[in-house]
Design a protein around this ligand. Structure first.
Ligand code: NAD
Ligand code: LMR
Length: 334
């Protein structure tokens, strides 16, 4: 029987621990897809990854046909079908933004090169480790010969956060809410956009205006409450929990890969993918868009009307992505 090989970097960390058992149980690829896991860590994280591997064995998951732990990216990505690039360098005390980008370029450059050298020809890789968009840009640039549309970065967590907030405020089941979009960077500048969203088939902005009393009140709520709440949620979680989101991030990464592989029939989601110039986003940037997949990879949902309010928010986040790209270029990456 053929296996799907899933490589998880930073597998000994928090998100790794929340990912491994769900993937091995079949939550990501389906309950009929046997898989092999490759866990990549740096030496200081190897014991944690080895411990997780022991626990995976103790679960006796029927779909799990092997686990390998390594600190060598080339071994980790050998024959890899799906890469989940979670391990990254967090910002340390006194570290400038340029230092953080350089440290991460030193991780995602070699991993991109290892993917090019040893992964399966149809490999797909999603970057979770921050700064996720720019880390994906670096990995794609270093993966000589691998089409850059195989690389994406996670903004599904932001998408899910937006849906969760709308569900709570409108007291509606999440499955009634469709076609929310996250644009831009996985950062505070992102634009969570509900202008095309529907609630049980009705324009969500109209439902909001009815609930809030007027169109103006609904817009004020979006600008003053909803957008800051969603874009600041990562920071809120850090403040409340004392460390960054884990289970929700792992869940989003699983949903990102699941929908990319199985498709998004009849709707869309959000993911950061390499721009081909859609909606005026400069070509080559890894930018979050509304995306759909037919099972062969995410593509931007085109043809949406972008009003002035949306345009300026998208432009602000894209400007930040351009700055990040220019900073890594200045360091000789990408
Ligand atoms: P963590 O510190 O618990 O784990 C990270 C692991 O990566 C550590 O075990 C570390 O040893 C390992 N690592 C570091 N460099 C590595 C390398 N070169 N190769 C392989 N492994 C390496 O952190 P976490 O909570 O699991 O978070 C991981 C990353 O995900 C962070 O960058 C975090 O900011 C990011 N994150 C992203 C999102 C998102 O939505 N995109 C959400 C939450 C967290
Ligand atoms: C999140 O969105 O929860 C994280 O990306 C926050 C962070 O800085 O790790």
């Amino acid at each position: 029987m053929t296996h799907t090989t899933v490589t998880i970097t930073g597998a000994g960390g928090q998100i790794g621990y929340a990912l491994l058992f769900r993937i091995a149980a079949g939550d990501m690829l389906g309950f009929d897809r046997p898989l092999r896991l490759r866990l990549l860590e740096i030496p200081s994280g190897i014991r944690a990854a080895e411990g997780a591997a022991l626990e995976l064995q103790d679960c006796a998951f029927p779909l799990l046909h092997g686990v390998e732990v390594t600190d060598d990216p080339r071994v980790a990505f050998e024959g890899c079908d799906i890469g989940m690039l979670v391990g990254a360098r967090p910002r340390g005390p006194g570290m400038e933004r340029a230092d953080l980008l350089a440290a991460n370029a030193g991780i995602f450059g070699p991993q991109g090169a290892a993917i090019a050298a040893t992964a399966a020809p149809d490999v797909r890789a999603v970057v979770v480790g921050n700064p996720a968009n720019t880390n994906a840009l670096i990995a794609a640039a270093a993966a000589d010969g691998v089409p850059d549309d195989r690389f994406s970065a996670l903004t599904r967590l932001d998408h899910n956060r937006a849906v969760g907030q709308l569900s709570a405020v409108l007291d509606a089941p999440v499955e009634w809410i469709r076609d929310v979009a996250i644009w831009g960077n996985h950062s505070a500048t992102q634009f969570p956009d509900v202008s095309h969203a529907t609630l049980a088939g009705r324009p969500l902005s109209r439902v909001l205006a009815e609930r809030m009393g007027s169109v103006g009140d609904a817009l004020a709520w979006l600008d003053e409450v909803f957008i800051p709440r969603v874009s600041g949620r990562g920071a809120e979680i850090i403040q409340v929990r004392g460390s960054s989101s884990v289970a929700s991030a792992a869940n989003a990464a699983i949903e990102h890969v699941r929908d990319e592989v199985h498709g998004t029939p009849g709707g869309w989601t959000s993911a950061a993918i390499v721009s081909r110039g859609e909606y005026g986003v400069p070509e080559g940037l890894v930018c979050s868009f509304p995306v759909a997949s037919d099972g062969t990879g995410y593509r931007v949902v085109e043809g949406l009307t972008i009003d002035e309010r949306a345009r300026s928010r998208i432009d602000a986040s894209v400007a930040e992505l351009i700055d990040e790209r220019d900073a890594v270029r200045a360091l000789g990456f990408a």
